[in-house]
Design a protein around this ligand. Structure first.
Ligand code: ADP
Ligand code: MG
Length: 323
């Protein structure tokens, strides 16, 4: 088994400009390794290049330059093997309206050359919760059911890698829960999962590792918890027995606020100040401390920091174990 399910080297894609439009550089030299067995999140705003990257993996879009290795197979050298290792659930709902779910899964299996005896059509129908609709025409299915059918189609050839392009965009909570549960189950069985999303919360909850891309360039890639740790800003909340009798003499750079419940909220940079320094200053102001809590940044903060023009709060060297 390869260490990396996917390896991309200097991957580029330029769409030719139609009519008077100038050509569009959608991917500007992406280097990326996706470890085998992980749930990997490709995160970025609309237009970042996520679908372009996914569609190149799927063989639906032709790259302009660079190397793509899927399960160790170079896409240019061994296209059949590299295609067999990956299943893709596309962002667009591209289903033939006159196929039934069973028919669509059978046709897809046929396209991938899966022999009849090795097809798992009923298992897949069960997994995606479409047993009752197995013989219904796709055009009669709800949007959520169509999406589940797309997931099923991505699984017919038992790929080692499953790629989902914005699987939960615009779907209701129930379907989202079901997709997440399915994704986790497939991953637990050993499948490498790559998903794109512009929901930060989703990447944070689902993914072991995250790469953020914007304007066709990779901004950062790290383990999810390390990515969060890179954000230097931290919040310390102190609940005092009584409001401070005298002003707190804070270390430089620490901002303080008092909440309605009298809690003292301190925002500080952990590279410059420690929580201990703040606690000491508060105690020296004669405050009896009842309780202390800290708040970690979430991915939203990291994302806004990294994709905005002002590289202020990010401490590139921060270790996840820093105080
Ligand atoms: N077929 C295409 N022809 C021309 N430009 C395209 C095409 N597909 C995508 N683009 C452009 O490439 C950029 C990246 O698009 P896309 O990969 O769909 O981003 P994302 O999936 O992150 O929203 C966008 O600027 C988009 O307009
Ligand atoms: Mg997209």
């Amino acid at each position: 088994m390869p260490d990396n399910a996917i390896e991309l080297r200097n991957l580029r894609k330029t769409y030719p400009g139609a009519g008077r439009n100038t050509p569009k550089q959608a991917l500007k030299g992406i280097n990326l390794d996706v470890p085998q067995g992980s749930i990997f999140g490709l995160l970025g705003p609309n237009g970042a290049g996520k679908s372009t990257l996914i569609n190149i993996l799927a063989g639906l879009t032709i790259k302009s330059a660079g190397e793509v290795r899927i399960w160790g197979f170079d896409q240019d050298v061994t296209p059949r093997q590299s295609r067999a290792a990956i299943g893709v659930m596309p962002q667009e709902l591209n289903l033939d309206p006159f196929f039934t779910p069973r028919g669509a899964l059978e046709v897809q299996a046929g396209l991938y050359g899966v022999p009849k005896a090795q097809r798992r059509t009923d298992d897949i129908l069960r997994l995606i919760g479409l047993e009752a609709q197995a013989e219904a025409y796709a055009r009669t299915l709800s949007g959520g059911m169509r999406r589940r059918l797309l997931l099923g189609k991505a699984l017919v050839h038992h790929p080692q890698i499953l790629v989902l392009d914005e699987p939960t965009a615009g779907v209701d909570i129930e379907l989202r829960q079901m997709l997440w549960a399915n994704i986790r189950r497939l991953n637990a069985q050993g499948m490498t999962i790559i998903l794109t999303t512009h929901y930060l919360e989703e990447a944070q909850e689902m993914c072991d590792e995250i790469a953020i891309i914007n304007h066709g360039t990779m901004i950062i890639r790290d383990r999810t918890e390390r990515l969060l740790a890179r954000l230097d800003s931290k919040v310390l909340v102190i609940h005092p027995e009584d409001p401070p009798a005298e002003p707190v003499n804070l270390p430089p750079g620490v901002e303080s606020n008092t909440r309605k419940d009298n809690a003292l909220v301190f925002t500080y940079r952990r590279s410059a100040t420690s929580a201990g320094d703040i606690l000491l200053a508060v105690r020296q102001a004669g405050v009896h401390i009842r309780d202390v809590t800290t708040e970690e940044p979430d991915l939203e903060d990291v994302f806004v920091e990294l994709t905005s023009a002002r590289p202020g709060l990010i401490n590139k060297d921060a270790s996840p174990n820093a105080p």
